[in-house]
Design a protein. Structure first.
Length: 403
């Protein structure tokens, strides 16, 4: 679904994979007209990433690409050519916002991070997403997701205490940077309505991770001289249990932060004798020293229950017990019925897509989401309709490899 809150705002998306496309998708979901610019050969690199329907790779059926690019128009353009750069300049002149995550040298050549683009269009808002920001000693460094997680300090707290630090299970840096870029861009749009001037928004993926996952740990070090430790699937510095444990048919998050909740949980378990062990009197110490031992004792009791039975037991006794759902279970959960919308594309068929994770009451009713664009799908609409090129011009641009 898409709202009309940003109707009339035109966004040009340059780059690919996750951060810039996700930022632009968030703006598109709010009603902005997003024009996605892709390389002529192969398009956005995300098109080559799975999953694919029936496990058959296709540029038009990548699950990652499809999910990140609903509600957008799509064109192809080689702006390494003189003609391509001229077309890009024209697009910049009629856009309100540019979101890009191009390699920094390429963005600088195009004038996107040096202020040249703002000279052409003084009201342009340009959001530049890079691994380490536009300034500082790391500005020219490239990075993969695992590099960003490590450099931000986030990975030091992920994993088992006696094993190496780990990465996040999903490319969180790209998504987090996309959210931060969209937030800052919307703020710049609001500021422009007062000043009339554009802004350059500088977003560092590493800083986006550090702000959320490392900030509290830095304060802990500054104030208490405590270093972050890996605690596996147990939450550190919390009373036990605060973890996911196995039951009859899956896993359930077991929580009892309040003393009342722990007493109730032990009551439901039949007041097991092990709970009277002096070692387990301090529940925070259990997480630190005895977690594996108590996990096994808890799972003995949990083995008699399904995830749903434990969930209902938690509801009835005001205990925060939550089934650990698989993606298939989330899709089937009636609570999320409005979060998934069926969209059909020629290559991928009819699939369910996640839509905007919010509802805006008082706005016009949201419209159904539009399918992601095929490669170069809107070349004619943009180059002829917006930039005034003729159909003959379009053919020449195609024949010369510009589009």
């Amino acid at each position: 679904m898409t709202y009309d809150l940003l109707q009339g705002v035109r966004v040009l998306e340059l780059g690919g994979f996750i951060s810039a496309p996700y930022c632009a998708k968030l703006l598109a979901d709010l009603g902005a007209q997003v024009i996605k610019v892709e390389p002529v050969a192969g398009g956005d690199v995300a098109r080559s990433y799975g999953p694919f329907p029936n496990d058959e790779p296709s540029l038009e059926a990548s699950g990652l690409f499809l999910c990140l690019n609903t509600n957008k128009m799509g064109i192809t353009l080689d702006f390494r050519t003189a003609t391509g750069r001229k077309l890009l300049s024209e697009l910049l002149s009629i856009s309100d916002v540019v979101v890009e995550n191009l390699p920094l040298p390429e963005a600088e050549v195009l004038g996107l991070t040096t202020g040249e683009a703002l000279k052409t269009n003084k009201s342009l808002i340009l959001a530049a997403i890079t691994p380490f920001g536009l300034t500082g000693p790391y500005r020219n460094y490239k990075a993969y997701e695992i590099n960003l997680t490590a450099a931000s300090g986030a990975s030091v707290g992920i994993g088992l205490p006696d094993r190496e630090p780990l990465d996040f299970p999903v490319p969180l840096a790209g998504y987090q940077a996309g959210v931060c870029a969209a937030t800052a861009t919307l703020s710049a749009v609001l500021a422009r309505s007062i000043s009339g001037r554009g802004q350059l928004v500088d977003v560092s993926e590493a800083e986006c991770l550090a702000s959320v996952f490392t900030g509290p740990e830095i304060l802990m070090w500054m104030y208490q001289w405590r270093i972050t430790r890996r605690t596996g699937h147990h939450a550190r510095d919390f009373p036990y249990p605060n973890c996911s444990l196995r039951c009859k048919d899956g896993y359930v998050y077991m929580g009892a932060p309040e003393a009342r909740q722990w007493r109730k949980l032990l009551e439901l378990m039949g007041q097991p004798s092990w709970a009277k062990d002096p070692r387990f009197s301090d529940r925070t110490a259990i997480n630190t020293y005895y977690a594996d031992e108590v996990d096994a004792l808890m799972e003995e009791w949990m083995a008699a229950f399904t995830t749903e039975e434990l969930f209902q037991l938690g509801l009835a006794n005001r205990l925060p017990l939550a089934p650990v759902k698989t993606p298939a279970e989330v899709l089937a959960d009636t609570r999320f019925a409005g979060f998934f919308e069926e969209i059909e594309t020629p290559a991928a068929g009819r699939l369910k897509y996640p839509v905007a994770p919010y509802q805006v009451y008082g706005a016009h009713p949201p419209k159904p989401a539009r399918p992601p664009p095929a490669l170069g799908q809107d070349n004619q609409a943009i180059y002829c309709g917006l930039l005034g090129r003729s159909n003959d011009d379009l053919v020449k641009l195609f024949q010369t490899g510009v589009i």
